[in-house]
Structures are given as structure tokens and as C-alpha cells.
Design a protein around this ligand. Structure first.
Ligand code: XLS
Ligand code: NI
Ligand code: NI
Length: 441
């Protein structure tokens, strides 16, 4: 990686601008025009893109088979605050040059964790002051903050679901500090991704007790933040596995049931991640549909997995056909409830140039913008909505309507069926629907 030159970490790269689909510059947007109105709102208002501090400024390309391939110049200082400030300088330079508005962070992405809780608290306060000033200078905001409750060895048996109460308390202390940091930075939301909340073996696990602890813990975090005046949303980020064999926040449907059971629905919504949907053997469209129908479509972690293997590869999104389907759900749900689109995606281990971070994010931003434009056009000018409504027409009046409004019983269904005789087949016309997407891309 290039060294810090003339006060810049990404020298030679100018602010990325919209140049239109015909541009041949790799450092330009072809579709993302922040202030252009699509489907009633500007793209900036719809999409609320965020850069993930952990992947973009902390990730080194390390994998289970070898150490990092990327050396960040901002990591060089031995003093944690010097390094944290340098990292913040790089992050704000990058986000500004990308023309984006938000970032997301874990507590110890911002600064290295100290040896003691008190030491970490002090470091977090110091770096928070520095970042507040950078926010004032640039207008860049926090989409969400979170606590890293999975990297430190103390959390090997879980955090809020740890069988040792002392670890649960330690996790609580860390969440308190992460909430303080998020609020001090004006964070609009706060995320819980269940890092190691789950099990490796049921033989040594009291699942009910662990889930009760998780419900209690989340309620405490909510009460604390609300008591401090936090008005934003709490998001749970489902994932079915990895690092644990089974993660409690398995998928959207599981989390909806959990939130209902522990009476958390007033404050918590979902942050859905594409690669996590893939790991759960769902499409992201399915996950979004589940969240949207409960009014819980809070935020998106944008990335993609690999269909030939089963890891959370966190690659940058690039599939227009799939993303258009996501944006159809997104627009019909009226957008996200408080969140945005966070690139929870990382460069490949062998993408080692500083420019690669731009290519990755430009591609991600542009493919979402293009999908948004395409989906808006499908909804505005195609027969998509009416084709789908048509399939359910028999419920719009008569006995079908009475069924929906609870006016029939099983006996009535018997009477109706007896009077109907054999029913003609009705095509689902799947291929027609599928072609519609391609027609508008
Ligand atoms: C890991 C998660 C993580 C969360 C934040 O798979 O996606 O990055 O988004 O803790
Ligand atoms: Ni993930
Ligand atoms: Ni994520």
C-alpha cells in the first residue's frame, strides 16, 4: 500500500462524480446521481450509503491460511490514539472522496482495545472527540454503531448468552460504552449482530436460558439508551451460522419471533445482510419480504456471497438482476425504516492497491443506484403490480372477500367447494414475471 503523501492517504484520486453510463473513467459514477429524484425521493435519501469502518480501514486481507496482505499506513503509529486519528483521517478522506454521507463502526474499529475496561473507555472518549471534529468539518454522519462482542477470547462462549454471568456483565459494560460512543457521534441507529450468540454443541448448552438472557440483555441496552435520550432504532442482524455452528438470530423470521416473544418490537427492527441470507439458504429478497411485511425492514448490509461455496465471503455487490428484485421489495415497503445501505464488504486478499477500495465501492454504489432506477421504472410503468394483484382477484369480492374478513368457517368452504365443481387451472406465469425484470434493466 502506498504511503501517506502530502497529507493524503489516497493521493491522486479526486472526488468521484456522476458522469453517466457512457463514461469510460473507472473513477466515476455511471448511475449514482445523489440529488436525482427517483420514485419520489433523491437517490441520496433512498439509499443512505455507508462505508464499513472495519472492512475498509481495519481489514488486512488475513485469512485462516495466512496473514494480511495489506499494510495500512495509518496502523503504523505505536500509540493507539495516534493510530486511531490517522485511521479517522484516512476514513474521512475516503468517504469524502466517494461523496457518501455515512459510516458504520464497531467500538474497537475506532481505536485499539486497551488492557482494561477503564483504559478502553478513556481511549474511546479521546477518539470520539477527534471524530466529532471531523464530522463537523465534513458533514459525514454515523448510520450505526455496534460493539465487537466476538473477537476478544473472553467471548469465546458468547457474550450476552455466555454461561458465565461475569462475561455477560462484561459484555453489558462494553455495550454501554459502545452506545455512549454511538450517541456522542450522533449515530442514527445501533446494531446487534449476534457474533458468538449461539452454540457449537447443544450437549453443553441450555438454549432456553441463553435466549432468556439475550432477551433480558437487549431490553437493558434499550432502556439505557432511551434513558440517555437516544431516539434511533435498534437493529438485530440475522445470520444462521459462522462463527458458531448455530447462531440464535438465524434469519429474519426467527428474529421477528424472538422480538415478539421478548416484547422488543417497539424499539428493534432488522438489519439484513445479503451474504447472511445466502448462508440461511434464503434469497435476500425473501429476507427483505419477511421483514417488510412486519414493518421491520430497518437497514441493509450490502455484500454478496459466492454460490460455489458456503462462506461469508463479503464480496461487493455486482448482480443487477438480483439487486433489482431487492429494490422492488425496498420500494414497495416505502424504503428502509431508519437505516441505509452499508457496504459490509471487503476487498479480496489480492486486491492490494488503495485504488481497489474505490473500485469496490464505486461498483457497489452504482449497482444499487442502477437497481433502484430499474425497480422504480418497473413499478411506475410496467404491469408488474397489476399482474401480481390479478392472481389474488378472487379474494377482492364475494366469498373470497368473506374468507379474508373472517366471515366464513370450514363448513362454508365445504358448501362453496361442493357448488363449484372442478376448478380450471390458472397459470402463475413465472417466466413472464422473470422477463419483466430483464426488460427494464
Ligand atoms: C458479520 C457481520 C458483522 C456485523 C457487524 O458477519 O456482518 O460485520 O455487520 O458486527
Ligand atoms: Ni456478515
Ligand atoms: Ni453485517
Amino acid at each position: 500500500m502506498k504511503k501517506y503523501i502530502n497529507g493524503e492517504y489516497f493521493p491522486g484520486i479526486q472526488t468521484i462524480k456522476y458522469e453517466g453510463p457512457d463514461s469510460d473513467s473507472p473513477f466515476a459514477y455511471r448511475y449514482y446521481e445523489a440529488d436525482k429524484v427517483v420514485g419520489g425521493k433523491t437517490m441520496r435519501e433512498h439509499l443512505r450509503f455507508a462505508v464499513a469502518y472495519w472492512h475498509s480501514f481495519c481489514g488486512t486481507g488475513a485469512d485462516p491460511f495466512g496473514p494480511g496482505t495489506i499494510t495500512h499506513p495509518w496502523d503504523a503509529p505505536a500509540d493507539p490514539i495516534d493510530a486511531a486519528k490517522a485511521k479517522a483521517d484516512a476514513a474521512f478522506e475516503f468517504i469524502t472522496k466517494m461523496g457518501l454521507d455515512y459510516f458504520c463502526f464497531h467500538d474497537f474499529d475506532l481505536v485499539r482495545e486497551a488492557d482494561t475496561l477503564a483504559g478502553s473507555e478513556k481511549l474511546l472518549q479521546q477518539v470520539t472527540e477527534y471524530i466529532q471534529q471531523k464530522q463537523k468539518d465534513t458533514g459525514i454522519k454515523v448510520l450505526w454503531g455496534t460493539a465487537n462482542l466476538f473477537s476478544h477470547p473472553r467471548y469465546m462462549n458468547g457474550a450476552a448468552t455466555n454461561p458465565d454471568f461475569r462475561i455477560v456483565a462484561r459484555a453489558g459494560a462494553q455495550v454501554k460504552l459502545a452506545l455512549d460512543t454511538t450517541m456522542a457521534l450522533g449515530g442514527e441507529n445501533y446494531v446487534f449482530w449476534g457474533g458468538r450468540e449461539g452454540y457449537m454443541s447443544l450437549l453443553n448448552t441450555d438454549m432456553k436460558r441463553e435466549l432468556d438472557h439475550l432477551g433480558r440483555f437487549l431490553g437493558m441496552a434499550r432502556n439505557y439508551a432511551r434513558g440517555q435520550g437516544f431516539k434511533g432504532n435498534f437493529f438485530i442482524e440475522p445470520k444462521p451460522m459462522e462463527p458458531m455452528k448455530h447462531q440464535y438470530d438465524f434469519d429474519a423470521a426467527t428474529v421477528v419471533g424472538f422480538l415478539e416473544h421478548y416484547d422488543l418490537l417497539d424499539d428493534f427492527k432488522l438489519n439484513l445482510e445479503v451474504n447472511h441470507a445466502t448462508l440461511a439458504n434464503h434469497s435476500m429478497q425473501h429476507e427483505m419480504e419477511v421483514a417488510a411485511m412486519h414493518g421491520l425492514l430497518g437497514s441493509i448490509d450490502a455484500n454478496r456471497g459466492d454460490y460455489q461455496n458456503g462462506w461469508d465471503t463479503d464480496q461487493f455487490p455486482n448482480n443487477i438482476y438480483e439487486l433489482t428484485q431487492l429494490m422492488l421489495v425496498f420500494l414497495q415497503a416505502g424504503g428502509l425504516k431508519g437505516g441505509g445501505i452499508n457496504f459490509d464488504a471487503k476487498l479480496r486478499r489480492n486486491s492490494t492497491d488503495p485504488e481497489d477500495l474505490f473500485h469496490a465501492h464505486i461498483g457497489g454504489v452504482d449497482i444499487f443506484a442502477r437497481a433502484l432506477i430499474t425497480a422504480a421504472r418497473i413499478l411506475e410503468s410496467s404491469e408488474y403490480i397489476s399482474l401480481r394483484q390479478e392472481r389474488y382477484r378472487s379474494f377482492d369480492s364475494g366469498d373470497g372477500k368473506h374468507f379474508e374478513t373472517g366471515k366464513l368457517n370450514l363448513g362454508s368452504l365445504y358448501e362453496i367447494a361442493a357448488g363449484n365443481g372442478e376448478i380450471p387451472m390458472t397459470s402463475g406465469r413465472q417466466e413472464l414475471f422473470e422477463n419483466l425484470i430483464n426488460r427494464y434493466i
